[in-house]
Write a protein that binds this ligand. Structure first.
Ligand code: FA5
Length: 354
């Protein structure tokens, strides 16, 4: 019987010498040492032996098992060492190959443009003031000199918000009705009420919403940057100078500015500011509709009623305000032909502004 074990051991060791890689080694282990392997089979014979012969057979089988396990471990080590040797002496790893560069993200063109506004107005002493996107009818219109019947409300088609906060219930109707702000001008009242009677020099950037047809020039969500200066002795020339300085810092030193009379209920007098066309330099082209001028902002001197609504006495204080779009100036600056690209999420467009 022990001969059986010796034969098995000899056969297994010979087969082990032939196992040349990890797969071969594993196949060998399963065949000889596995739960259903050859050694287990020989253990089954134990039961057929006379009782007195069993201990010696068991011991011999154990010795074979130990010997095979030791040989297996040794062979495994030898194969590993051989594989390492092949790797070390084989073709060298080329560490000079260039790495694969990860794609870089960058700020959205709107954010970049907003930051240009912040930087330029910061140089002129304007702080950034944050006002809410959801406004009451009162702030968006009423306190800006547009009571409910006022026809100027038609200039700003509005998204109404149907669920107001419960804590507004004590307020008059116009303070209860909520809108997505149609412009950043309601922030003027908020900052005046907060700062009065201090002098003010702020810009109020943010998103505005209008129930409008979407076209190549108009979105129903877009950004504006409002500006407000309030103090003693502030004049229209301060406003024009500020806008002129902005145009030159944003679009280049030689830029010319022209102002035209306009109308906004919250400024008096009101103006529109135009800049000579950056594409044709004033010669006339498709972008400026052959006028040579591009409109850049609505503006004016803060209306006495608005100053009063903000807490300032218009006999003592005066101020100017202006409102820029953000996407439209970027359209001009980069000669982009359609505002819809801004929020279309097309990386072929956005990637050009990295
Ligand atoms: C206003 O919204 C005034 N609140 C601006 C103002 C502020 C005047 C302070 C006086 C004093 P207006 O509706 O023209 O004005 O909008 C201002 C700018 O917002 C426009 O010049 C334009 O650049 C931008 N804008 C308006 N509507 C859209 C739109 N649908 N899509 C993209 N940009 C728009």
């Amino acid at each position: 019987m022990h001969e059986e074990l010796s034969r098995l051991q000899a056969e297994a060791l010979a087969a082990l010498a032939d196992a040349a890689d990890a797969a071969g080694l594993e196949a060998w282990r399963v065949r000889y040492l596995g739960r259903k392997g050859a050694l287990t089979d020989t253990m089954k014979l134990l039961g057929t032996l006379p009782r007195e012969a069993r201990p010696a057979y068991g011991q011999a089988a154990n010795e074979v098992k130990n010997a095979l396990e030791a040989a297996f471990a040794e062979r495994q080590e030898a194969l590993k060492a051989a594989a390492l040797q092949v790797e070390l002496t084989g073709a060298a790893l080329d560490v000079t190959l260039p790495g694969r560069l990860p794609a870089l993200g960058h700020l959205h063109i709107t954010t970049q443009t907003l930051r240009q506004f912040y930087a330029i107005f910061a140089e002129m002493g304007f702080q950034v003031y944050d006002a809410p996107d959801v406004e009451t009818d009162e702030y968006n219109f009423g306190l800006l000199n547009m009571p409910p019947y006022h026809p100027a409300r038609d200039m700003w088609d509005t998204f109404w918000v149907t669920q107001g906060s419960p804590d507004l219930s004590e307020k008059p109707t116009s303070a209860r009705e909520l809108v997505l702000r149609t412009h950043t001008s309601p922030g003027q009242i908020r900052v005046m009420r907060e700062r009065c009677p201090e002098p003010i020099r702020v810009i109020l950037p943010g998103k505005c919403y209008r129930y409008e047809q979407i076209t190549a020039r108009s979105e129903h969500q877009f950004y504006q940057v409002e500006g407000l200066a309030v103090g003693k002795g502030i004049r229209l020339t301060d406003l024009v100078g500020t806008l002129q300085q902005f145009a030159r810092r944003m679009y280049g030193a030689g830029r010319r500015l022209r102002v035209r009379g306009s109308y906004f209920p919250f400024t008096e007098p009101s103006i529109e500011a135009d800049m000579d066309c950056i594409l044709c330099g004033g010669e006339g082209c498709g972008v400026c509709k052959y006028s040579g001028w591009l409109e850049i902002a609505g503006a004016g001197m803060v209306h006495p009623t608005v100053l009063r609504n903000g807490g300032y006495d218009p006999e003592l204080y005066s101020g100017f305000a202006f409102g820029f779009g953000v996407e439209r100036p970027a359209l001009m600056k980069y000669d982009i032909h359609d505002i819809r690209y801004f929020y279309g999420n097309d990386l072929r467009f956005l990637g050009q502004f990295g």
